[in-house]
Design a protein around this ligand. Structure first.
Ligand SMILES: [Zn+2]
Length: 449
């Protein structure tokens, strides 16, 4: 007897971008059968009128073992997340994975080792405005090697957060990634928000090392009118044979921690930013629009809170995500309830609402492909991103006519308001979301590469 059957749904072939009414049978944590006739099982889900998609794979998040971020992820249809991004990760991957395995987690987690913290710190380079010397780079490489052996899937960079980092540092770590068949997601370094040199230096790294490069949250970096020339540069580099992908979210307004180099006064001044473009996302000043007085008060009192920065041209979001080498991503952070940025709860439902239903920029099948098969391929997750017998039973069932986000910015409402139109999510064959509500399941596993 099958454990679960999902009957009468429209099953998306995420690889070939086609769809067909089929009945999906699950045995344990694997997909067992695709059938032309309805199936019997211990638990039967009627997916009549609904889409049956592989679970979404979020190529860029900061879930990193935080339970509430895992819950918000699964409620928006994500069954696998890649963590340790933007240069921030735990150092001991073996220990991290062991703990996640012991406690269980709502979704599967792959992890990157971060170049900023921990690699730079392990090498004793604490000054973000200083490059590392050769000896220090060797220590970073040694630490990264150990993380690879423990299952990390690559090295992440947050170059905006370490403006003083040398290209050599990036090249050496990217070369190591290429050697081990690992990936390099890079949050680029813009010295002003008109800075396309940030892409040149990344193309240089790709050319020099032949590493697989993923540019993180592309629109957050280039939404001020640079997306078009930026994408053209990337496409030229791809024609050279360089393997470069991008991930990008559904918002132009981004968030990061107040104590990063991003919100250092010199960076604010270099970019000609105004305090009024910032809204506090977490903590006691949550929802307040920044002014000079609050800026300096927070620097003293609570530098670790997250702040949202409002900027950008909305159309850039859609232009980027239409590209065949672009994948949707959340950039989700781990915050307390009621705090943060709407990306933590709204990204994927918003992606299907805007890109497919309302703007008709992607077909349903194309949109599913980019949220499932493509990230599985880029991160070499062979058993994920498709609905086929023998593959992992990570499945998201949604209503294409209803799927939508309800989350908003903290000065307007709830950033963690749940989406609508995603009634079922299965993680490793277990029902993690039922009738739109998280069940409390912990069937997610570490993905050791
Ligand atoms: Zn980032």
């Amino acid at each position: 007897m099958l454990t679960t059957a999902i009957n009468h749904g429209i099953v998306i072939d995420s690889q070939n971008k086609t769809k067909k009414q089929l009945h999906v049978g699950i045995q344990g944590d694997k997909i067992a059968v695709l059938s032309e006739t309805p199936l019997e099982a211990e638990e039967v889900i009627d997916a009549g009128g609904l889409v049956v998609s592989p679970g979404f794979i979020d190529p860029h998040g900061h879930v990193d073992g935080e339970l509430y971020a895992g819950e918000l992820s699964v409620c928006q249809g994500i069954t696998t997340t890649v963590g340790g991004n933007c240069g921030y990760s735990p150092e001991d991957m073996g220990e991290f994975f062991k703990e996640q395995e012991r406690k269980g987690f709502p979704i599967h987690q792959a992890m990157l080792i971060g170049h900023g913290i921990p690699l730079r710190n392990r090498a004793g380079v604490y000054d973000r405005y200083k490059p590392a010397c050769d000896e220090e780079i060797e220590i970073m490489k040694e630490t990264a090697r150990k993380a690879f052996q423990d299952g990390a899937c690559g090295v992440s960079f947050g170059l905006d957060y370490v403006p003083g980092c040398s290209i050599r540092e990036v090249v050496e770590l990217a070369r190591l990634c290429a050697e081990y068949g690992k990936i390099c997601p890079i949050h680029t370094r813009l010295l002003t928000n008109e800075d396309l040199y940030s892409l040149y230096e990344l193309i240089l790294v790709a050319r020099e090392t032949k590493a697989d490069i993923l540019i993180s949250h592309f629109v957050y970096q280039y939404c001020g009118g640079l997306c078009d020339p930026g994408l053209k540069m990337l496409e030229k580099a791809q024609k050279e044979g360089l393997n470069i992908h991008i991930d990008s979210g559904m918002y132009t307004n981004w968030t990061t921690y107040f104590d990063t180099a991003t919100f250092d006064l010199n960076n604010i001044q270099n970019n000609n930013w105004k305090f009024s473009q910032m809204v506090v996302a977490t903590g006691k000043y949550k929802g307040q629009v920044m002014d000079e007085e609050l800026y300096f008060r927070m620097k003293e009192e609570c530098p670790h809170e997250a702040v949202i920065f409002f900027e950008g041209i909305e159309d850039e979001i859609y232009e980027c995500l239409k590209k065949p080498y672009a994948m949707p991503s959340t950039d989700i952070g781990a915050y307390d309830k009621g705090e943060g940025h709407p990306q933590i709860a709204g990204t994927y439902p918003r992606y299907f609402r805007e890109m497919v239903r309302e703007r008709k920029l992607l077909t349903l099948e194309e949109a599913v492909h980019k949220a499932t098969y493509l990230p599985a391929k880029v991160f070499k997750m062979e058993d994920k991103g498709v609905i086929l017998p023998g593959k992992d039973a990570d499945i998201t069932v949604f209503d294409p006519a209803e799927i939508c986000d309800t989350a908003t910015y903290p000065h307007m409402g709830l950033p963690d308001a749940r989406p609508r139109g995603i009634p079922y999510v299965l993680v490793a064959g277990e029902t993690a979301v039922k009738e739109g509500i998280y069940t409390g399941s912990r069937s997610g596993r570490p993905i050791r590469k």
